[in-house]
Design a protein around this ligand. Structure first.
Ligand code: PLP
Length: 429
């Protein structure tokens, strides 16, 4: 283990002292969204968001600003999950063989409805990683000499799989770095320039909301430009679906990997792969599975966490009850609260755009000029040890490493204010 990571883990060891979460008492039911309220107006409604926060178990041991790793289940979803786990454990194979196939299909139907796609266009996976590995590695339209593109904002493992296409399919793998500061137009221009520079491009990986600085990529626009040149795109929407007001067809892409255990709040171990109707044949059947156009032959997970999938409909119901446009507006308000204050602090560089089209819950910062991985780990450690704030170091951007901040819909505004206060002190040295 590298020393910085070890130090960070040690710094976080207070987590070991935390009591087990008690899901015994359920919160009062969530009140309905007041009629006629716009998402932006609701975003500042303290009473409503306090009622939302009451649906979650949260810790007082630290200001937890890394809600991008995975999404805590709300207490009613956790309760449901515990009940399903107990049922499956009790009924064992009798349940798993006799009733689970229909329940699993019902979960797929619920997911398809939320994603805005046909049931035949998705297959449930254990997360975005499994979905994207299947799509990238299984894409069979590459001829030797075709180029494949990824960018510095893409997720580490997806870059690894994309690079592997060189060995597996003889593709020429090329990469670009996003401009900084990034704007809608200069980001689109970076992809257009890459398409022009590499006329043999056949496939591009596009990350909808990246995990390094949270920039929302104009995926639909880039996908349309790619399609006009005969280039396919695979979209990593691990962070997009669930926090942005969108459905999968809005991406204008034929392939996408989706997480349902981040911003939807399903139990860990739930995601989906999307393949547009008519394109299943372009993704190989999974390791010798039957050919044909049933998308389920593209993933083979083996025995799954039954209870996790059984709890997906409950998570989707709560998501729909709050409303994705309302979630997006609340997350934007929380993100803007610290981003705008931090921009005014001398010595802090904020990696975020003011353009709402590029804005997600996630944004990052660094001390000006301090771009090494060691700098970002030291800064994150300082925030934990001296200020009781947990925000995670991220590297991989061409411009250097940074510290990522991600509120959740249950994060109180006071936590962002504590971060800003800490940044003022940290910037002074
Ligand atoms: C952009 C992005 N893609 C893919 C993944 C992989 O998601 P998972 O580990 O849940 O499969 C992540 C995880 O954080 C991510 O941030």
């Amino acid at each position: 283990m590298n020393p910085q990571r070890r130090a960070l883990l040690r710094a976080g060891s207070l987590a070991a002292a935390l009591p087990m979460a008690a899901s015994a008492a359920l919160p009062p039911p969530l009140p309905p969204v007041p009629a006629g309220t716009t998402p932006d107006a609701l975003a500042g409604n303290q009473a409503y968001w306090q009622a939302v926060a009451a649906q979650y178990d949260t810790t007082d041991a630290i200001v937890q600003l890394d809600n991008a790793f995975w999404g805590s289940m709300a207490r009613p979803v956790l309760r449901h999950y515990e009940q399903q786990l107990a049922m499956v454990n009790r009924d064992n194979a009798w349940y798993a063989r006799m009733r689970f196939p229909a329940d699993f299909e019902a979960a797929r139907v619920a997911a398809a409805r939320a994603l805005g796609v046909g049931v035949d266009e998705i297959v449930l996976t254990r997360g975005a990683t499994e979905a994207l590995q299947v799509l990238i590695a299984g894409y069979n339209r590459l001829q030797p000499g075709n180029a494949v593109l990824y960018a510095d904002i893409d997720y580490d493992n997806m870059i690894t799989v994309t690079r592997w296409l060189q060995q597996r399919r003889g593709a020429q793998v090329v990469s670009i770095a996003m401009p900084e500061p990034f704007t809608h137009d200069n980001v689109v221009a970076a992809y257009v320039a890459a398409m022009e520079r590499h006329p043999t491009l056949k496939l591009m990986l596009l990350t909808h909301v990246n995990h390094r600085n949270g920039m929302v990529l104009p995926v639909a626009e880039i996908s349309r430009l790619a399609r006009a040149r005969g280039i396919d795109v695979i979209v990593d929407t691990a962070h997009g679906f669930g926090q942005l007001d969108m459905t999968i067809p809005d991406l204008q892409a034929d392939f996408a990997g989706i997480n349902l255990h981040k911003w939807i709040g399903a139990p860990v171990g739930v995601g989906a792969a999307y393949i547009k109707r008519g394109r299943v044949a372009d993704i190989e059947p999974y390791l010798g599975e039957k050919a044909g156009d049933d998308i389920r032959t593209r993933v083979h997970t083996g025995t799954v966490n039954f209870a996790a999938y059984l709890s997906l409909p409950a998570a989707l119901d709560l998501h729909a009850q709050i409303g994705v446009a309302n979630k997006q507006a609340r997350l934007r308000l929380l993100r803007n609260r610290w981003v705008e204050a931090a921009r005014a602090i001398e010595g802090i560089e904020v990696l975020a755009s003011a353009d709402p089209r590029l804005t997600s819950a996630i944004a990052s910062f660094r001390l000006k000029g301090r771009t090494s991985v060691a700098d970002s780990y030291a800064l994150s450690k300082k925030l934990v040890q001296e200020h009781g704030i947990f925000a995670v170091p991220r590297d991989g951007l061409a411009s250097g490493a940074c510290v990522r901040v991600t509120p959740g819909i249950f994060t109180p505004e006071s936590h962002l204010d504590r971060l800003v206060e800490a940044l003022r002190k940290v910037a002074k040295g």
